[in-house]
Design a protein around this ligand. Structure first.
Ligand SMILES: [Zn+2]
Length: 136
């Protein structure tokens, strides 16, 4: 899954859905059986795409996720970009492109801060299916 996806998923346990702690899911606890694996995948850079998605990004959640994945380079505040094609915005948009779209989480686990459920990622696919006792 792309790192971007972490900004749009939350715990699927019903009891968690209304709590603020169900988002974002956390990467701070990994298992030896399924160690965290990130890979870089080259994707064509589109400043407009990043510009258009930026308003929908939950920045504090992205900061948390990035830090848990070992990236401490994001600014504290969401960049305010008015023109995606202006030269002064090129670097930050490229950095966000690399982080959000080109960073693939191949393997690892995400933890819900509300109920503690662990969601595993295998072959770049997160498993959001819940065991039977958690579905109700
Ligand atoms: Zn939960």
């Amino acid at each position: 899954m792309k790192l971007l996806t972490t900004n749009f998923v939350q715990c699927t346990v019903k009891a968690c859905a209304s709590t603020p702690n169900c988002f974002p899911l956390h990467f701070d606890q990994q298992t030896d059986e399924l160690p965290l694996e990130l890979v870089h995948e080259d994707i064509e850079f589109s400043p407009e795409f990043i510009y258009n998605i930026l308003p929908r990004i939950d920045w504090p959640a992205l900061l948390t996720t990035s830090r848990e994945l070992g990236n401490n380079l994001l600014p504290e505040q969401k960049p305010n970009i008015e023109n995606p094609n202006a030269p002064e915005n090129d670097q930050i948009l490229r950095d966000l492109h690399t982080l959000l779209l080109e960073t693939q989480i191949m393997q690892g686990s995400m933890r819900c801060n509300s109920c503690g459920h662990i969601y595993f990622i295998r072959d770049s696919i997160p498993n959001f299916l819940l065991p039977g006792h958690l579905v109700q």
